[in-house]
Design a protein around this ligand. Structure first.
Ligand code: IMP
Length: 424
């Protein structure tokens, strides 16, 4: 689509390569990253946390990752969790242990000292916030992502480097914890009120006492102790990860920046507020890994041959018919992280054009074409029609227009052959 960046001194090399999701996530980025990782020296995650999930099958063995970059299965690649990632240390250690048990060497995993930690109170707040929103909930993964990024912006966040100093850690947890305890108490009171109004026996003294008791997960001492021990275990992996990227890029080695989630879930450019709390678009690789824009030579987008979305929010080409059911079942469209059914629909070229431009894609990988075999005539949305009848070629920037936009389709002949073994 566009020539490689002319700024690089070695035009034949592609040192900086960003891979992003071009739809609403789950496009198969992990698979594409895994294929390209063979040529790379390092694979870097630059945003998101364990809200992501990808499955890689290697020699018949299935591996599921949430935080660890896809390249970990190559023993000679450096795998980086960049400063832009939010990291739940308990989950990360679980993934490390799981890989070790299966004989995978994880010594090449490097973690930015500046990455922020998802703390137990972030997870509780994420869930409590969703429950409070009720029918208006966003359908988050409830992994604490939003509250963690909020604390980062509020400058109340706790970073990986804080795990290495108990005194600093305790002080920071104490400072961050106090407003959370208050917020959770208020949310609890509201919940009880709502239950009472709904006649669900919210007034039971026993239940109230349980809810009013201090939550053991929010005990300062226990939380500090636990996190000090996480720090001991993670210490060998903590590194100056921006410098690792610079050294590889300056030596013209390929570094892959692996996006999580996807363009339409971007906090600034996605379908706000039905988005994640980070920026999954290509531009964010610079901030989330500590590199400059001219370090990026190529940007690969990954899109499915149809579209899926998990959680709430606008999805113009969503299907509730047999074709959608076919995509769900044949495409195994169930979340890797939460197991939720994904909403399925036709490929949306209006949204895809938007993603192509927003990320300035140089290549596009289309995945899961085989799922469409046997569907009958295939449809692709080429434009939207607004409620007032206006034809829209571009992705609407106003939420009300997007929410009521009707897709206009072009029909293509379908195919019945099994193409799962096709390689060209
Ligand atoms: P959060 O990132 O958990 O706050 O969730 C916000 C929105 O992003 C919800 O609609 C989630 O379903 C969606 N989301 C987050 N991570 C992923 C992902 O890896 N794939 C698809 N959707 C995701």
């Amino acid at each position: 689509m566009r020539r490689s960046c002319p700024v690089r001194h070695n035009a034949s090399a592609m040192p900086g390569l960003v891979i992003v999701g071009a739809q609403w996530g789950d496009e198969g980025k992990g698979k594409v990253t895994d294929l390209l990782a063979e040529r790379a020296a390092a694979i870097v995650r630059f945003q998101g946390g364990n809200n992501a999930g990808h499955t890689i099958v290697r020699e018949g063995e299935e591996f599921k990752f949430h935080l660890i970059p896809s390249g970990i299965l190559y023993p000679d690649k450096t795998c980086v969790i960049g400063n832009g990632v939010v990291l739940d240390p308990r989950i990360l250690l679980g993934e490390i242990d799981g890989l070790r048990r299966r004989g995978v060497d994880v010594n090449n995993l490097k973690i930015s000292a500046n990455a922020h930690l998802i703390m137990p109170y972030h997870v509780l707040l994420d869930t409590a916030g969703e429950v409070k929103l009720g029918k208006l909930s966003l359908g988050t993964t409830r992994r604490g992502i939003g509250p963690c990024y909020a604390d980062k912006a509020l400058r109340l966040g706790i970073r990986v480097q804080d795990l290495l100093d108990e005194k600093i850690l305790r002080t920071k947890i104490r400072t961050a914890l106090e407003p959370k305890q208050q917020a959770l108490r208020e949310l609890g009171v509201q919940r009880r009120k709502l239950r009472k109004e709904a006649g669900e026996g919210g007034g039971a003294d026993e239940q109230q006492a349980v809810e009013d008791a201090p939550d053991p997960r929010l005990d300062l001492h226990t939380m500090t102790e636990e996190h000090v021990s996480y720090g001991h275990r993670l210490e060998p992996h903590i590194a100056d990860t921006a410098k690792l990227c610079w050294d590889a890029l300056d030596a013209d080695k390929t570094v892959i920046f692996e996006g999580a989630q996807a363009t339409l879930l971007d906090l600034d450019h996605g379908t706000y507020p039905f988005v994640t709390s980070s920026n999954p678009i290509a531009g964010a690789a610079c901030v989330g890994a500590g590199i400059g824009p001219t370090d990026i030579n190529e940007v690969w987008g990954v899109a499915k041959a149809y579209a899926t979305r998990v959680g709430a929010g606008p999805f113009p080409t969503e299907l509730s018919d047999e074709a959608g059911r076919h995509m769900l079942e044949k495409g195994h469209e169930y979340g890797t992280t939460t197991g939720r059914e994904r909403r399925c629909g036709w490929m949306d070229l209006v949204a895809l054009r938007y993603a192509v431009r927003l990320n300035r894609l140089t290549s596009l990988a289309i995945t899961k074409l085989d799922v469409l075999s046997g569907v009958g005539p295939l449809k692709v949305a080429v434009r939207y029609r607004s409620r007032e009848g206006a034809l829209l070629d571009s992705f609407p920037y106003h939420q009300s227009i997007l929410h009521s936009a009707e897709p206009e389709y072009e029909e293509l002949p379908g195919f019945d052959a099994d193409i799962t073994a096709c390689r060209s």
